[in-house]
Structures are given as structure tokens and as C-alpha cells.
Write a new protein. Structure first.
Length: 171
């Protein structure tokens, strides 16, 4: 993208930021990760069917993801995740799972897939980690932070970080 200053589309801003993927790129990578968990060979037609998009669109996006280093792909060949793709794909599945569990809990339902798909791209990693910590606290019923000073979970780390942030320093 040319550096000209001024305004961009949302996609333009994402591409401008180093390492940012578009929402569509995330959706494709998430599905590729899901399919790869079954140790299946992944091909464009299979991905096309799972995402309900046409094969040429899949091919174009797969090429973008390959260019960005998330996967390897040769025309008419198999799609394979790179180490970078696996790391990001694992996070995308984690994010999806955390949000799905949270929304099901919040809405007393068994399935919030559509809502998760609509919002997952707009939340930062720290927000996802904090939602997971909240869910752990809600599931264990522990309303108060333990003051042991030992970090055993993300929630413990957050409580210690928060305590450090509000504790006045000497001087």
C-alpha cells in the first residue's frame, strides 16, 4: 500500500499496520486450522465448501495468506500451515472458543456461533484473555483475589498487575 497519508478503508488501515490480518484472512486461517486439526489434506474445494464461497475466491485468499507467510500452497495442490500459521491459527481458535463460551454463559444458550463470528475480529488479545480470566472466576465462584503473591493463572497475574498499578511507590 502506498504511504500517502490521509484516510484509508478499514482494510487499508489493517494492512498498513504491521502484521495485521483482515477479517476475511482471519476467517480463512481459522477454518484452515480447524480442518488441519483432523489431519486431513486441505484443498481449495474443501475450504470453499466449508466457508460457502466460490473456489476462485478461496484461491485468491489462500495466495494472500501464503504471501504473508501463514501457509504454503501451490496451484491445484494441498494447503499446509506454516509455523507462523499454526501459531496464529491456534490463537484464532482460542479466541473463538473463549467468546463462544462467554456468550453462551451470558445469554443462557447453547449456541452463539453467529454472534461470535460477527464480533470476534474487533476484540484485542488482552480483552480475550480478560474474558477468559473472568469466565474462570465465574466458574470457580471466587469473587476475591487471593493475596498469595504467587502467579498460578492469568487471573492471578492480572490481580497482581492491578495491585501493583494502584499501590503507591515510596519516594
Amino acid at each position: 500500500m502506498r504511504e500517502t497519508g490521509g484516510f484509508y478503508t478499514m482494510k487499508g488501515y489493517l494492512l498498513k499496520e504491521a502484521g495485521q490480518m483482515t477479517n476475511a484472512m482471519e476467517d480463512y486461517l481459522e477454518m484452515i486450522m480447524r480442518l488441519s486439526e483432523n489431519s486431513k489434506k486441505i484443498r481449495v474445494n474443501e475450504l470453499s465448501g466449508m466457508l460457502h464461497v466460490k473456489a476462485p475466491s478461496v484461491t485468491k485468499m489462500v495466495q494472500h495468506l501464503a504471501d504473508a507467510g501463514y501457509l504454503t500452497y501451490e496451484k491445484y495442490g494441498e494447503i499446509a500451515l506454516t509455523e507462523k500459521g499454526v501459531r496464529e491459527g491456534e490463537y484464532l481458535l482460542y479466541r473463538h472458543d473463549v467468546l463462544h463460551r462467554f456468550l453462551c454463559y451470558l445469554n443462557h444458550s447453547g449456541n452463539e456461533l453467529e454472534q461470535v463470528e460477527k464480533i470476534e475480529h474487533f476484540l484485542e488479545r488482552r480483552t480475550i484473555v480478560n474474558i477468559e480470566a473472568l469466565m474462570k472466576r465465574l466458574s470457580t465462584g471466587s469473587g476475591k483475589a487471593r493475596r498469595t503473591g504467587k502467579v498460578k493463572s492469568i487471573g492471578d497475574l492480572r490481580r497482581l498487575s492491578f495491585a501493583a498499578a494502584i499501590t503507591p511507590t515510596g519516594g
